[in-house]
Design a protein around this ligand. Structure first.
Ligand code: FES
Ligand SMILES: [Fe+2]
Length: 368
């Protein structure tokens, strides 16, 4: 299986990349090192020195670039080697690492790992997380031991909340939700409307803390390949949204490997929400608990059961709640296929092109 490369992925929260420090992560099976230049701009480079393959994150930041910890080669912010402290200092042509386009937006570092143009306009709108958005925000990160599609299905179809998150995010009557599936361009939106249900714990705390029934909605949007935006809340039975028992949930997945996923989650509450500080703390804890201690064991067990099998070859039973996840899977399959076809149509990269030139001896490739 491969990953869709020509897309923006969230590498980390902006705050993870601190001034003067190297931060590293594996993303789409590639090791990447991040740092900030003196002007604050984020940089992402391949985290593997081309000399003896030591991770660059073990080195240090020098002149807006990185110095390798092992033999001191220095790379600038584009990944080009700019200093060889040995011999005459000649820099071999191959002494460079890959530099990735990055964008620091909505308090996240976005990375583009494909070879097509990284169009900043394609970064999804998560402006509710901006510092000046007026929303009260909270952030978290988990490492999920599964392929990102499994976690994506969990997010897009929230019918599981009655069972997995009972008492926290879910309640029994939610099973009878009115469902609506909307396709907007390449987005898929799964709306669930649940009138007159017993109030789930987190929403009781967020709303009026009286345990009385409510109307509830969970409207989840999928933005390919792995970004989700949830509009969810409750109000009095027959009431209105302005009652302020709602928030936006941000759920963003980035493949780490075929079997592990970076899961960035955040919440953005409108300014009108009346939530005492203790309840606010509990709100954050309950959300993290739900994702880490309730969703993750399910996804972990699911991944273990699927193993290396092809999902469709296992002939999964399909239910009405699967309409969104199945469309998402099909869209991802189509995107992967299109990318593979484009790659197959490209001429081979210069470095791989067969050539009649003589093969250099090791002595000739060593610069000094
Ligand atoms: S491994 Fe980086 S300079 Fe030798
Ligand atoms: Fe869940």
């Amino acid at each position: 299986m491969a990953f869709i490369k020509n897309a923006w992925y969230v590498a980390c929260w902006s705050d993870d990349v601190k001034e003067g420090e190297l931060f590293h992560r594996k993303l789409l099976d590639e090791a990447v090192v991040f740092y900030r230049k003196q002007n604050g701009e984020a940089v992402a480079l391949q985290d593997r020195c081309p000399h003896r393959f030591v991770p660059l994150h073990l080195g240090k930041i020098v002149n807006d670039g990185v110095q390798c910890a092992y033999h001191g080669l220095e790379f600038d912010c584009t990944g080009q080697c700019v200093k060889n402290p040995h011999g005459e200092g000649k820099i071999p042509a191959a002494a460079r690492v890959r530099g990735y386009p990055v964008a620091d937006k909505h308090r996240m570092i976005w990375i583009w790992m494909g070879d097509e143009y990284a169009d900043p306009a394609k970064i999804p709108d998560y402006s509710v997380l901006d510092i000046d958005s007026g929303y009260k925000t909270s952030f978290g990160h988990l490492n999920v031991p599964a392929h990102y599609e499994l976690m994506g299905e969990n997010l897009l179809d929230l019918s599981h909340i009655t069972y997995v998150h009972d008492g926290y995010l879910g309640s029994p009557e939610q099973v009878g939700a009115d469902q609506e599936l909307v396709e907007e361009g390449d987005h898929i939106v799964c709306n669930r409307w649940m009138p007159n249900i017993s109030v789930p714990g987190i929403f009781d705390m967020l709303y009026r803390r009286d345990g009385k029934p409510v109307d509830m909605w969970t409207n989840m949007r999928w933005i390919p390949p792995s970004n989700f935006f949830l509009d969810t809340g409750v109000h009095e039975v027959g009431g209105k949204r302005e009652d302020y028992g709602w928030y936006y949930g941000v759920h963003i997945l980035t493949p780490e490997t075929e079997r592990t996923t970076h899961y960035h989650f955040a919440a953005a509450m409108p300014a009108g929400t009346d939530l005492p500080p203790e309840a606010d703390k509990k709100f954050r804890e309950m959300r993290r608990y739900a994702f880490e201690m309730q969703d993750m064991p399910m996804i972990d067990a699911q991944q273990a059961a699927i193993g290396d099998s092809d999902f469709w070859s296992m002939k999964p039973v399909l239910l009405s709640i699967d309409a969104g996840p199945v469309r998402m899977r099909r869209s991802l399959e189509r995107m992967l296929k299109e990318e593979a076809e484009k790659n197959a149509a490209k001429p081979p990269a210069a470095g791989n092109r067969p050539t009649a030139a003589k093969v250099s001896s090791p002595a000739e490739t060593v610069a000094n």
